[in-house]
Ligand binder design. Sequence first.
Ligand SMILES: [Zn+2]
Length: 175
Amino acid sequence: MQTVKIPVSIDPSRAATSGLSYKGIIPGPQLKRLRELCAGDCSDVTVSLECGVDLQGIVYLKGKAVTELTLICQRCMTQYNTEVTVEFCFSPCKTEAEIDELPDAYDPIECNEIGEVRLHQLIEDELIVATPTIPKHENVVECSMGSQDVSVGEIEAAQEERPNPFAVLQKLKSK
Ligand SMILES: [Zn+2]
């Protein structure tokens, strides 16, 4: 299969009846919202996508997207690279009823007035959800903060500031 640019939008029904499948890339710089989460440019997203109709007649877009992001570790504040992979299985729905009837294996997606879905945007959404909200080195050996647990330290400090309930009792007793 040739490596191509993944189409920005696609007509799922037409793609499914033609049994289309893609293996290609979405250029990283095009995903502006994802780029905002990164410390640098985000690399190209490698996408494999299969369009089809299942035994129940449900149209689906199934695939996988992989990219590498440069994030800033919130423990040691240095940049690191991490791979983000998402797997998805979308199915276009037109009505609430269709969404209700959709098996759990599928994620409902909305088509626009000409029956297309914005594929880049959908994949970007999935990648954003998969990006860690508080990025940190997954491997503590790579992190210059080592294995110190920064967040636990903060919680302990906060607890110390809380007034000791027995201090009030002592005051009363001493009166
Ligand atoms: Zn770190």
